[in-house]
Write a protein that binds this ligand. Structure first.
Ligand code: UGA
Length: 436
């Protein structure tokens, strides 16, 4: 099938590439000529394990192309995906749909023959209807069906998630569109991925509801971690204990410094706004966003308390800056709050991240020093904080670390070490929710 993918951000690039890997002919479109030129050279603008190989392989086979010309790609396509950004709108937290609407207008003018227009961007309920309206206005005779097909991939595991999803959700009541979408995803159904067909508005809600639910799960365990710190009990074990109940499930119950990234903070806010305006506020989700924001804001203070409030001019080593491992994405990373509050209290910050330092330099204050590796980072520091659970931090040479640190204090915000590994070596160890 011929596919046009509008937008080469995370979702667009990964989905377009994976569709081409299944044998579909895909043209990825972006207005950013520089980005397209670099993609044509095989240069991938994001860090995502395995993506560069997949792009090069499919581009070489001629199934994956990159272009700035939307018109031609849409004219030739049977399926056109809208995968442009939907950032939070300044001021009110609603998803900013200006890129989505602009893409819809351009698609309307270019489409020829029956064309299925699919929203892959995360968009509020009702957006599919708006897009349909825009297209009818722009091109009254166009033969177009507008479908919602949200994407559930995670950064850092994007290819695996795309190719082996738990489910594929397709929102449409148009039988021709349904057939086209079934054909498009047929290669995936071989991996036993269930395709769920539903109404368009339902599909739009499923995406936000999934992210909001996961954010809620994380926030729940984070609050229980706080409780463990006051009354005793190990939150890791509590999570395991409740997660073995299949009605609860073990995933997304890992306590930490609060969730970040480009999706949970933005999507919970957007869903909250939609619900408030509909007069049916989602009070649980409102609380989740407030609790998570204050958790991230308070995390720097907690780190300092754990280290024992070092004097002004002391140095804290920060390991891990990205919002999670296997990505270079710094968006809404808890590290941003932590670093800022350390600097605000006159503490120097020396940081290391295996992949995210170039991005970090763009968003963190210039006062931050960057190290070459975890040991370089720890040298002479008055304490070390693990903010992101990169694999590279899971088996550090603890004896070496102890000789390098001025004060042997480790604050492990992701609970990646058994406390005894450190305490038996004479470290002071502070995890998250690991007893009073
Ligand atoms: C999230 C969803 O997991 C995807 O299903 C969804 O497609 C995506 O948003 C999106 O809407 O595009 P992502 O933001 O890439 O994916 O990352 P996650 O793995 O979900 O992690 C988000 C945040 O939650 C991270 O800061 C992570 O450290 C935190 N987290 C996650 C925890 O603190 N504890 C956990 O148990 C799990």
């Amino acid at each position: 099938m011929r596919v046009a993918m509008i937008g080469t951000g995370y979702v667009g690039l990964v989905s377009g590439t994976c569709f081409s890997d299944f044998g579909h002919e895909v043209v990825c479109i972006d207005k950013d000529a520089d980005k397209i030129a670099r993609l044509k050279q095989g240069e991938i603008p994001i860090f995502e394990p395995g993506l560069d190989d997949l792009v090069r392989r499919n581009a070489a086979a001629g199934r994956l192309q990159f272009d700035t010309d939307l018109t031609q790609a849409v004219r030739e396509a049977e399926v056109v995906f809208i995968a442009v950004g939907t950032p939070s709108r300044r001021g009110d937290g609603h998803a900013d749909l200006s890129y989505v609407h602009a893409a819809a207008r351009e698609i309307a003018r270019a489409a020829q023959g029956f064309t299925v227009v699919v929203t892959k961007s995360t968009v509020p309920v009702g957006t599919g209807a708006d897009i349909e309206h825009i297209i009818r206005e722009e091109a009254p005779d166009a033969d177009i069906a507008v479908v919602s097909n949200p994407e559930f991939l995670r950064e850092g595991a994007a290819i695996e998630d795309f190719k082996r999803p738990d489910r594929i959700v397709v929102g449409t009541s148009d039988p021709r569109a349904r057939e086209v979408m079934a054909a498009l995803y047929r290669p995936l159904s071989l991996n036993a991925a269930p395709v769920m067909f539903t109404e368009r508005a339902t599909a739009e809600l499923i995406k936000y509801a999934s992210n909001a639910f996961l954010a809620m799960k994380i926030t729940f365990i984070n609050e229980l971690a706080d409780l463990c710190e006051k009354v005793g009990g190990d939150v890791q074990e509590v999570a395991r204990g409740i997660g073995l109940d299949r009605r609860i499930g073990p995933k997304f119950l890992h306590a930490g410094p609060g969730y970040g990234g480009s999706c949970f903070p933005k999507d919970t806010l957007a869903l909250m706004r939609t619900a408030q305006e509909a007069g049916t506020p989602l009070r649980l989700i409102e609380t989740v966003t407030t609790v998570n924001d204050s958790r991230k804001a308070a995390m720097g203070r907690r780190v300092l308390d754990a280290i024992g409030t070092p004097p002004r001019g002391a140095t804290v080593a920060v390991l891990g800056l990205t919002f999670k491992p296997n990505t270079d994405d710094m968006r809404d990373s808890p590290a941003i709050n932590i670093v800022q509050s350390l600097l605000d209290r006159g503490v120097r910050v020396r940081a290391f991240d295996p992949v995210g330092m170039a991005e970090a330099r763009k968003v963190l204050p210039p006062a931050v020093d960057y190290a070459n590796d975890p040991y370089d980072c720890a040298e002479g520091a008055d304490g070390l904080v693990i903010v992101t659970e990169w694999d590279a931090f899971r088996a550090l040479d603890l004896d070496r670390l102890k000789t390098l640190l001025r004060q042997p204090v480790v604050v492990d915000l992701r609970n990646i070490y058994p406390p005894a590994d450190l305490t038996s070596r004479g470290f002071r160890y502070v995890g998250i929710g690991r007893g009073a």
